[in-house]
Design a protein around this ligand. Structure first.
Ligand SMILES: *[C@@H]1O[C@H](CO)[C@@H](O)[C@H](O)[C@H]1NC(C)=O
Ligand SMILES: *[C@@H]1O[C@H](CO)[C@@H](O)[C@H](O)[C@H]1NC(C)=O
Ligand SMILES: *[C@@H]1O[C@H](CO)[C@@H](O)[C@H](O)[C@H]1NC(C)=O
Ligand SMILES: *[C@@H]1O[C@H](CO)[C@@H](O)[C@H](O)[C@H]1NC(C)=O
Ligand SMILES: *[C@@H]1O[C@H](CO)[C@@H](O)[C@H](O)[C@H]1NC(C)=O
Ligand SMILES: *[C@@H]1O[C@H](CO)[C@@H](O)[C@H](O)[C@H]1NC(C)=O
Ligand SMILES: *[C@@H]1O[C@H](CO)[C@@H](O)[C@H](O)[C@H]1NC(C)=O
Ligand SMILES: *[C@@H]1O[C@H](CO)[C@@H](O)[C@H](O)[C@H]1NC(C)=O
Ligand SMILES: *[C@@H]1O[C@H](CO)[C@@H](O)[C@H](O)[C@H]1NC(C)=O
Ligand SMILES: *[C@@H]1O[C@H](CO)[C@@H](O)[C@H](O)[C@H]1NC(C)=O
Ligand SMILES: *[C@@H]1O[C@H](CO)[C@@H](O)[C@H](O)[C@H]1NC(C)=O
Ligand SMILES: *[C@@H]1O[C@H](CO)[C@@H](O)[C@H](O)[C@H]1NC(C)=O
Length: 635
């Protein structure tokens, strides 16, 4: 009797494990971790981190929305998607489509795993009032927000599967996302729903700044959240408005912020944590719904943000795009079946790891994963965390397969320097071309960041001694610093054009004999000559796109051929048609009323909604505003 009970229990366990979990992925927009925004999201800290696993050193690939999202959906470095900016010719949704990447990314592979794939919210910049009828491919249901209404919090516009865009008059944008997500989970978990596992990606735009006809402003919270946290200010970290400014490029030229600028920075911080409250309610509500349907234990819930944000750090009032931790380090946590509870890891990870991780969770055989993935599944981190932290001197397993060897993160940027707050007197929102490449090395015993800017300037930070990235280490400081600089240059030389395993395990490519598995190993003086012989990472000019000749030399002279193999066609600006970027304008307009006094369900919001009129959709001829802004649909 006892024996049969045991075997019955064992059978039940194996059945549960074999079942493919549902996957809910919530992705916010411009949400920092360094400035403490998670302190205002107890649904995430309590119900996802508390009940799941946290990646303490998770980084974006590019600190800008569109390239970050394109890289995430492809599981590929931005230098391989070549979707590098928010507008053409560098990037945008049009380029994602023209390159063929839209026809070959995460949701398509979730299909292969047997999943139904659905999307609600912001896919990426440039899915807009002029191309809503050609929605992203691969989603069984795609309910997308449109530019230029992604950031005008009180004029929500969505198109479902390319249907005429619908305006949710009287509703608050993030609440519309919430209501739509609730409605879909309600249907996907209904008693009469099919057994097919589902993947639902929900991407609200909170806490992104407001971009509207008059410029860029603090985000707009729901009416019910406008009075919360009245005395909260941006954290005065040691790098907040620092007396010392030894930064390269445009950042190095910024003056100290004065008190009126600091007031705006504090207002942004407050508005951001207020706007995030609707996201907090959504996550709570979706988890409660899954629980009430008995599906919570069979649902993986993933939380992240496309990239971070700075507020006053290094004297820069508001914005992103920079290589520093505020802009690049992001929240990332997973809960669900098979995920350890309440544990975390310091092993670094990156947005390009999300697609392979989800494919792994979905149970797709690794042989069916895309061959061009640059990221890795993070599931082995769960067990690695229990056995050891990232311990560069451990030698048990093969480099590249064992997460304990993972210590590098590659972050890139091509484009403009930007201050995101029109009203504070900075001469221009765009501060010139500010392209750069960064390598971070994050291990148990050391942590460094090395960046090379298109201006020829470099910077190296020793995060152990200088966690706020204030005091650059110079090669001339010491023999140790000189040696370290050559190693970081060599690493970056490889990472800037890495492909596949070269991105995952760069030391094994730099040292094919397998003798070097970490920066600590590479610092051995026996390699001085090898690293000294490598060319320095450099640019010819400060271009805002990834131009191959501009960024030579490469680690491998074979790189062009490799790139041609893995990358997609249509890399010429001429291939994107004559659609110029940034020409959409808000043809609805906000009447000044703060919506979202209470949260309402989708039926209530639909009752007030209507389809946009042909005139409202005609961004070229709309007489309503008559002006065409240059940056409405940029971020
Ligand atoms: C929104 O609805 C209100 C109330 O019905 C109406 O007065 C207003 O014109 C509508 N706004 C737009 C832009 O359609
Ligand atoms: C703005 O529109 C809402 C409904 O969409 C309406 O209730 C409100 O009265 C309007 N406000 C003004 C100032 O017209
Ligand atoms: C499931 O049930 C709901 C409510 O009873 C109904 O509206 C819906 O059409 C049903 N769906 C299917 C697929 O049968
Ligand atoms: C905010 O500060 C004011 C003035 O110091 C104080 O009266 C008020 O109690 C504070 N509010 C909160 C919520 O802490
Ligand atoms: C990690 O260790 C904890 C505590 O010993 C254990 O409960 C958990 O199952 C382990 N997780 C994994 C993934 O091995
Ligand atoms: C790292 O690994 C080495 C070699 O296996 C071991 O001696 C050392 O104790 C480990 N350190 C930690 C902190 O686990
Ligand atoms: C604060 O700095 C901004 C930006 O440089 C400037 O436009 C503004 O006039 C300054 N305000 C005061 C009060 O000095
Ligand atoms: C980095 O900082 C640590 C801690 O202060 C120090 O031990 C190490 O020597 C520094 N590294 C370099 C290259 O200066
Ligand atoms: C900025 O980038 C653009 C596009 O790549 C290029 O045409 C221009 O010359 C660059 N400007 C400077 C000042 O380098
Ligand atoms: C990346 O895209 C830009 C703009 O379309 C194009 O000019 C450039 O050649 C592409 N880069 C590569 C390496 O293909
Ligand atoms: C853009 O392309 C369309 C269709 O090919 C054409 O009708 C239009 O004249 C072009 N516009 C410009 C400014 O080249
Ligand atoms: C733009 O947003 C700001 C800040 O929310 C607001 O004050 C202004 O009225 C908005 N302008 C338009 C045209 O919607």
């Amino acid at each position: 009797m006892k024996l049969s009970l045991v075997s019955f229990a064992a059978l039940a366990v194996s059945v549960v494990q074999a079942k493919q979990p549902n996957i809910l992925f919530v992705l916010t927009d411009d949400q920092d971790i360094e400035l403490g925004s998670l302190d205002y999201l107890d649904s995430v800290t309590g119900k996802i981190q508390g009940e799941g696993f946290t990646f303490n050193n998770h980084y974006t690939t590019v600190a800008l929305c569109c390239p970050s999202r394109a890289a995430m959906l492809r599981g590929q470095q931005a230098h391989n998607t070549n979707n590098t900016y928010v507008t053409l010719p560098g990037g945008s949704f049009s380029k994602f489509q023209a390159s063929g990447e839209d026809a070959d990314n995460l949701p398509h592979y979730m299909h292969r795993a047997g999943y139904r794939a659905e999307f609600i919210g912001k896919i990426m910049n440039g899915y807009a009032s002029w191309n809503w009828d050609t929605p992203p491919a691969g989603w069984d249901r795609f309910d997308g927000m449109l530019d230029p209404w992604m950031y005008t919090y009180n004029t929500p516009v969505f198109s479902i599967d390319g249907a005429i865009p619908r305006y949710y008059n009287g509703s608050y944008l993030q609440d519309v996302v919430h209501a739509k997500a609730y409605d879909r989970i309600d249907k996907l978990t209904a008693a009469n729903a099919t057994d097919q596992p589902w993947f639902l990606m929900v991407a609200p735009t909170a806490p992104h700044a407001t971009f509207n006809e008059t410029g860029d402003w603090a985000p707009v919270p729901a009416a019910r959240h406008r009075d919360l946290f009245p005395n909260v200010t941006a954290p005065r970290t040691p790098n907040f408005n620092p007396a010392v400014n030894s930064k390269p490029s445009w950042v190095g030229q910024l003056p100290l912020m004065n008190s009126s600028t600091i007031e705006v920075v504090d207002e942004y911080f407050r508005a951001r944590v207020q706007a995030l409250q609707s996201v907090n309610e959504m996550i709570d509500n979706l988890i409660a719904l899954l629980d009430s349907r008995g599906e919570l234990d069979n649902t993986v819930i993933v939380f992240s943000a496309d990239h971070g944000y700075h507020l006053g750090n290094h004297r820069i009032p508001c914005g992103k795009t920079l290589p520093y931790k505020e802009d690049t380090h992001v929240p990332f946590a997973i809960r669900g079946p098979g995920v350890p509870k309440g544990l975390s890891t310091n092993i670094p990870s990156n947005h390009i790891d999300i697609a392979p991780t989800l494919l792994d969770l979905a149970g797709l055989d690794e042989a069916d994963w895309p061959s061009w993935l640059d990221g890795r599944s993070l599931l082995p981190y769960f067990t690695a965390t229990n056995s050891s932290t990232n311990n560069a001197s451990a030698t048990a397993l093969l480099p590249g397969t064992d997460p304990v060897y993972v210590e590098t993160v590659n972050i890139e940027y091509w484009g403009q320097g930007i201050v995101e707050a029109t009203a504070i007197g900075y001469s221009d929102v765009f501060l010139g071309n500010a392209t750069y490449k960064t390598a971070r090395v994050i291990a148990e015993d050391y942590s460094y960041m090395y960046a090379v800017w298109c201006t020829g300037e470099t910077e190296l930070y020793n995060l152990t001694a200088d966690p706020y990235e204030l005091y650059p280490v110079l090669a001339s400081d010491s023999d140790e610093a000189a040696r370290l600089t050559t190693r970081m240059n060599g690493l970056l030389l490889l990472l800037k054009t890495c492909i596949g395993q070269g991105c995952r395990a760069p030391w094994t490519v730099l040292h094919p004999d397998g003798a070097v598995k970490s920066l600590a190993d590479a610092l051995d003086p026996q390699y001085d000559a090898l690293y000294a012989a490598l060319p320095s990472v450099s640019y010819d000019v400060c271009a805002t796109e990834y131009l191959h000749a501009n960024e030579a030399p490469y680690f491998s002279s074979n790189y062009s051929a490799l790139f041609a193999e893995i990358t997609t066609p249509h890399q010429d600006a001429a291939d994107y048609g004559n659609q110029t970027a940034g020409t959409t304008t808000d043809t609805i307009g906000w009447n000044g009323t703060y919506f979202g006094a209470v949260y309402e369900d989708l039926a209530t919001m639909e009752a007030r909604a209507r389809d946009l009129t042909p005139e409202e959709l005609d961004w070229e001829t709309s007489a309503k505003f008559g002006i065409v802004r240059g940056y409405m649909d940029q971020f």
